[in-house]
Design a protein around this ligand. Sequence first.
Ligand code: NAP
Length: 289
Amino acid sequence: MGNEITGATGLTCLLGHPVAHSISPQMHNEAFRLLGLDYRYLAFDVTPETLEHAFTGLKALHVLGFNLTMPLKTAILPYLDDLTPTARLSNSVNTVYRDGERYIGHMTDGIGYMRSVTDAGFSIIGKKMTLLGAGGAATAILVQAALDGVKEIYVCKRKNASWDKTLALIEQINRETSCNVSLHDIEDSSELTRCISNSDILTNATNVGMAPDIESCPVSPDMLFPELIVSDIIYNPRETKLIQYAKEIGCPTFNGLYMLLYQGAASFQCWTGMEMPITPIKEKYFSIK
Ligand code: NAP
């Protein structure tokens, strides 16, 4: 495939609001180019109010599939023909792919996180995790980690309006997987300390520490210990306060940059059946520094 768009060029895309900042078009178009696939990936600004029309149009155009970002990850659910187990449990979709005439919803954020763990050189299957937060990204990680075989997960979140919803999800995961998941109050420091001290890995999936609030940290540094793997799914900044404290203590650490890469790679594979060429994409768009 040259650089020309032809009469046969296929379309994939991102729907969301806003989308102009997204790195996904560069990542996917470069992967299509490297593999010689005659597809293009565009980003379209779509709101929940215009989603139904956008989806009807994409279906009529017979697109290969597309990604969804905020605020459309749950708004898409009523329009899909089926969901993968990950999407059903997460109640959220970031990837849609065509299977014959049917459009299937999938969630690759958790897959992206689990691949980023492996990429960082760790195996957490059969191990214990403290997961901070229970929002969209945390839920995707929780579901995928439970499906993949993490043994025990301590979900720590605020005791607010979404507590009962998280509890219901946890009960469902405990019924449907062999993982043992429990819910804890992130604002109870002795409970949080107990969870972390019993864990092999700590995963921050809250917004705490994300730019511009870069001085915030979701845990106290004295809760960390050198054997604990500390990961933060935030990638802006590359090094959050949590990662800085963890490094000072001697913990192995990694940030959210490769979760972003691998969630995209998993979407790419759904659409093309091919592995995204990770190494050149990493070098070009996912510089660690
Ligand atoms: P979200 O659905 O809004 O969830 C935010 C979570 O943060 C909620 O669980 C919320 O807790 C928690 N939280 C917010 N402020 C808090 C505070 N002061 N103390 C304790 N908990 C607090 O957002 P999201 O989409 O899951 O995103 C969360 C973070 O992950 C963001 O920083 C985002 O950039 C990052 N992210 C990274 C990737 C990646 O590929 N690396 C992908 C998606 C998201 P409550 O449940 O108690 O309200």
